[in-house]
Design a protein around this ligand. Structure first.
Ligand code: AHG
Ligand code: MN
Ligand code: MN
Length: 323
């Protein structure tokens, strides 16, 4: 039985036992993500300290180090995920082309990730994260990344916030684990997360409203305001989606004249977050189609994103002009 406080490894093993034919491969894959993100979390915590030391006169090597967190996180994930031997291929926001690790020749899965999401927030001590999406290996080439989002075997994110949390779905609901820094373990703190059917918050970069392509969108936001909704926008997708999962409402990064397909990337931002949202009882769309039904054509393609609770999403669909 899952219970509050159980550690992530026990949880993963318990889930594995539900499938008598499981080989343990997915469990080991998840443990590799767990290890890598714990190390990233400790570097994120040090980033602030490094910054302070930098200001105290230790040159600004420290400052550079902070900016390099994107690269560091990317390298750590590549290292841990490759060494696990559980991934046939890795795709990352920070890599032009996927990597096929030597150790993963016989592996069953491919993984796409955003090593550090919200990196513009690092220097100002605001929540950032890591996002990942796992699919089955099918064709043993790059096309394995071009599978629809509904085919994800697992998806999740880690938020490096006031605490570090790992939020995970293997297609059987959504569970959140908080990193206990004293013991270095992720402990189940948010079992069976469900997005409220109706919330009170909209989350969108409203400074772009004159550039939004869909004429119905401004009207929609205005009508949420009329209903008493308030605005929250962090600018780290992980943080904005995390809040949306817990408190409800809507998160959006729509198409605008500058970003014709929106800004967020399908494989390692939109699709895993859509998977979690839907698993938590919410909905996720581009405005025209369900994000999870899109057949990707490119590893780094972008899509407009709208995700949230049932009430906000139904209302959105009825008000968008294009969709
Ligand atoms: P990343 O740091 O991985 O490049 O992602 C940044 C993304 C996402 O986290 C966030 O939702 C969005 O950029 C914010 O964009 P704006 O600054 O245009 O609002
Ligand atoms: Mn990102
Ligand atoms: Mn990123």
């Amino acid at each position: 039985m899952t219970r509050i406080g159980m550690d992530l490894n026990s949880f993963i093993l318990e889930q594995e036992r539900l499938y008598p034919n499981a080989t343990g491969s997915l469990s080991r894959a998840l443990v590799a993500i767990e290890s890598a993100t714990k190390v990233i979390a400790s570097h994120v915590r040090m980033a602030g300290l490094a910054d302070i030391l930098g200001m105290a006169g230790k040159k600004n090597i420290q400052g550079e180090e902070v900016k390099k967190l994107d690269e560091l996180s990317n390298n750590l994930l590549i290292q841990y995920l490759s060494q696990s031997g559980e991934f046939f291929a890795l795709a990352s926001e920070e890599l032009d082309e996927p990597i096929f690790p030597e150790e993963g020749k016989d592996a069953k899965y491919v993984i796409a990730f955003d090593p550090l999401d919200g990196s513009s927030n690092i220097d100002v001590n605001i929540s950032i994260g890591t996002i990942f999406s796992i699919h089955r290996r099918v064709n043993s080439d790059v096309s394995d990344f071009l599978q629809e989002g509904y085919k994800q075997v697992a998806a999740g994110y880690v938020i490096y916030g006031s605490s570090t949390m790992l939020v995970l779905s293997t297609g059987n609901g959504v569970n959140g684990f908080t990193l206990d820094p004293a013991v270095g373990m992720y402990l189940l703190s948010h079992p069976n997360m469900k997005i409220p059917e109706k919330g009170k918050i909209y989350s969108i970069n409203e400074s772009n409203d004159k550039k939004w392509i869909d004429a119905g969108l401004k009207e929609y936001i205005e009508s949420l305001k009329d209903e008493g909704y308030t605005s929250r926008y962090i600018g780290s997708m992980v943080a904005d989606v995390h809040r949306t999962l817990i408190k409800g409402g809507i998160f959006a990064y729509p198409a605008d004249v500058k970003n014709k397909n929106g800004k967020l990337r399908l494989l390692y931002e939109a699709s895993p977050m859509a998977f979690l949202t839907v698993q938590a009882g919410g909905m996720a769309t581009t405005g025209k189609e369900d994000i999870l039904n899109i057949k990707p054509t490119d590893i780094h393609q972008r899509v407009p994103v709208f995700l949230g609770g049932k009430y906000e999403m139904e209302k959105l669909k009825s008000m968008l002009k294009n969709g």
